[in-house]
Design a binder for this molecule. Structure first.
Ligand code: 5AD
Ligand code: SF4
Length: 483
């Protein structure tokens, strides 16, 4: 657990320290002092609403934001209106951007009515200069804009805004090192996500991530292991190792280390029961990694292996650096060493130049691999990426027809896999009370599928043995056979 007394002990009468994270601790305390005065002045608590879009990286950053803002004194509420509204944005696909503008528009009147209200924008969208320009011009009532490389500076930026009462825009082109030891608020006491690296060097031609998240940077193994050990000491039994492409972990460290080596070290941590990781790029998933996965029961039988497209011609245009054949060969190697593996993938439909024949290659891979879960996306043109200016952008109606046909196939394969598991016994980690039935709880299998079963809330955070009674497509109904 983070020791907040370190922050409380800081002397805020002098200048801010220069070194991190002490500098941020100083500003957290400064903001807290401001909050005390503000609460007295307005006669009530100030509320926080955080809207997190996109991937697990953003979700992880939001855990840090929430911890910092909670320490300062904001109280999280469910509603989208609050005294501090923070949008942690995603820009992977265009429609997410449009949604953000829509919501910003709606906040204008709220802000007029509430003089204490602050609006903050961060995340990948803010790394795009055109977005920041648009916000400055069309939504000038936004108070804070910061990017992906300085997330650790939230308290300092907020304090600067409080003192200056102006809009603060702080966007960096690239990261300047990794700041460790910030507080963080986990949603679940028993599971946590841990960043092992940031950024991406792959430059898939459709993808904006390398431009907004910067070059690949790996955290030092000793920092990662120390963080996991302290999480385990705090009651965590499952961790998710996060990186845009975990298979290239460690290449840029002073003492290079492979992801498989890191994973092995993590399996040795006593008390840790389950390990997941994402995302794996197929181009550099090593046999060494498959060996490590096969050698430890702690590593979950789940692997997310984005295919994107089944046609080698399209994969080349996407700069994915593997072919249909080499991908299928990799899947064979994985399945032969890890027969219980649950595979999932990402597919993009309608990449520029995708013909019916190309699309059929994707369908062919889906039929052969038989993924348990497929995240399918309609190609979204991202300005600044090479694919945005490629010829033969595919018409919308053609994409829609392919997309619907693909969903049909995905659904039928997933439900066949699910049906074939009925009657099996497996371990699930109970995560939460059931939303609809108070006599039930909900957990996840090692492969990540959701199981609902009758059981007491005392089981939350525990691993129990379950028999799968029924498959409902996206989830199972199970029965606890031994707790
Ligand atoms: N259009 C559609 N999908 C995209 N993805 C990334 N960029 C785009 C884009 N421009 C998808 C990829 C990636 C997932 C996180 O988002 O499938 O794996
Ligand atoms: Fe984007 Fe490709 Fe990097 Fe994934 S590997 S974040 S799809 S550039």
């Amino acid at each position: 657990m983070f020791d907040y007394s370190v922050i409380d002990r800081i002397d805020t009468s002098g200048e801010a320290p220069l070194e991190e994270p002490m500098r941020q601790y100083y500003f957290m305390k400064k903001c807290k002092e401001w909050m005390e005065e503000t609460k007295d002045r307005v006669g009530r608590e100030l509320t926080l609403s955080m809207q997190t879009m996109g991937c697990q990286m953003n979700a992880r950053d939001s855990e840090k934001f929430e911890a910092i803002l909670t320490y300062i004194g904001y109280k999280t509420v469910d509603s989208t209106s609050a005294d501090f509204v923070l949008y942690n944005t995603c820009t992977v696909r265009e429609n997410a951007n449009l949604k953000v503008y829509g919501r910003l528009g709606q906040l204008k009147n709220q802000k007029k009515r509430n003089p204490e209200m602050k609006i903050a924008m961060c995340g990948c969208m803010m790394q795009e200069p055109t977005v920041v320009e648009k916000i400055k011009k069309s939504y000038p009532y936004v108070d804070i804009i910061f990017g992906t490389h300085n997330v650790y500076k939230l308290a300092e930026i907020l304090y600067t805004q409080i003192i200056s009462e102006r809009t603060i825009i702080d966007i960096w082109d690239e990261a300047k090192g990794i700041v460790e030891d910030l507080p963080s608020l986990r949603k679940h006491s028993f599971k946590a996500a841990v960043n092992i690296m940031y950024g991406c060097n792959n430059y898939c031609t459709y993808c904006i991530v390398p431009y907004v998240r910067g070059r690949e940077r790996s955290r030092k193994p000793e920092e990662i292991i120390a963080e996991i050990k302290s999480l385990v000491a705090d009651g965590v039994i499952e961790i998710m190792l996060l990186g845009q492409n975990v298979n290239s972990y460690g290449k840029t460290l002073d003492n290079p280390m492979s992801f498989a080596e890191l994973l092995k070290l993590v399996t040795e941590i006593e008390g840790l029961k389950r390990i997941r990781f994402m995302t794996s790029h197929p181009k550099d998933l090593s046999d060494e990694l498959i060996e490590v996965m096969a050698s430890s029961d702690k590593i979950c039988t789940q692997l997310h292996l984005p295919l994107q497209a089944g046609s080698t011609r399209i994969l080349k245009k996407m700069n994915r650096v593997y072919t249909k054949e080499s991908y299928l060969d990799l899947v064979d190697r994985i399945k032969s060493k890890l027969p219980n593996i649950s595979l999932s993938t990402d597919i993009i439909v309608g990449f520029p130049g995708e013909t019916d024949e190309d699309f059929e290659e994707t369908m062919d891979v889906l039929r052969r691999v038989r993924y348990e879960n497929v995240y399918s996306f309609i190609y979204s043109k991202r300005t600044g990426t090479p694919a945005a200016t490629m010829d033969n952008q595919v018409p919308e109606d053609v994409i829609k027809e392919r997309f619907d046909r693909m969903l049909e196939l995905i659904r039928s394969i997933s439900s066949e896999i699910a049906d074939s598991r009925v009657g099996m016994e497996c371990d699930i980690l109970i995560e939460e009370p059931n939303d609809h039935d108070s006599t039930m709880v909900t957990g996840r299998m090692s492969g990540n599928a959701v199981v609902h079963c009758v059981g007491s809330k005392d089981l939350i955070g525990k691993i129990v043995r379950v028999k799968l009674l029924e498959s409902k497509g996206f989830y199972y109904i199970g029965e606890i056979i031994n707790d």
